[in-house]
Design a protein around this ligand. Structure first.
Ligand code: NI
Length: 193
């Protein structure tokens, strides 16, 4: 990818999320990009450019943050920065499959979508996942118990939903860390009551 395009996407993300803190901020997007590029290394047939732009734009139209329809933010960025229409369509398709399957429980139908979805899920696991869960809980006035419930409702299920072999392997490690944290928490709660 041309560096000009990469820099423009990074700047776009910084600006878009500048009023957000906690779970969904620019730092989350940049971690997802980093994880996605690491996974892409292990999948030689994927398009690295599609993976990188889809990762950078994957939350640009998150309905929890932006009132856009049909990925209008991502689309506008790609058009304004001269990305070829067929490439832009592949990027948008990958982004759509990441969130579509989040709602419908269906796996993405392209390798690039699978990679970005795995990266997004990995960022909800491990130490980062724990930090994000409590940051989000605090932001929304949730009790400690309700944040912990989120581990059982969502985070502990992610390991079995990974698409790529490299994603599965990283998810196993982060899953083990989540369990270790919950064990320690449980023992501290029991010994301080
Ligand atoms: Ni995300």
């Amino acid at each position: 990818m041309e560096n000009r395009l990469r820099l423009a996407a990074e700047e776009y993300v910084e600006n878009l999320f500048r009023h957000n803190a906690g779970g969904h901020d620019a730092a989350h997007t940049f971690r997802v990009r980093g994880l996605a590029m690491a996974l892409a290394q292990t999948e030689p047939t994927c398009s690295r450019d599609i993976v990188e732009l889809a990762a950078l734009l994957h939350d640009a139209d998150d309905p929890k943050l932006f009132p856009t329809e049909d990925l209008a933010n991502a689309q506008a960025f790609l058009v304004q920065n001269g990305v070829a229409p067929d490439e832009a369509e592949r990027i948008l398709h990958a982004i759509r499959s990441v969130s579509f399957s989040r709602n419908q429980g269906r796996a993405p139908d392209t390798l690039e979508g699978m990679i970005v979805q795995d990266a997004d899920r990995l960022d909800a696991m491990g130490a980062i996942g724990i930090a994000r869960t409590f940051a989000y809980g605090g932001e929304h006035g949730r009790s400690l118990d309700s944040s912990i419930q989120h581990f059982y409702d969502k985070l502990l299920k992610l390991k079995d939903l990974m698409n790529t072999p490299a994603g599965k392997k990283l998810a196993e490690e982060r899953h083990a860390f989540l369990n270790a944290f919950l064990d320690e928490l449980e023992s501290e709660l029991h010994n301080s009551g």
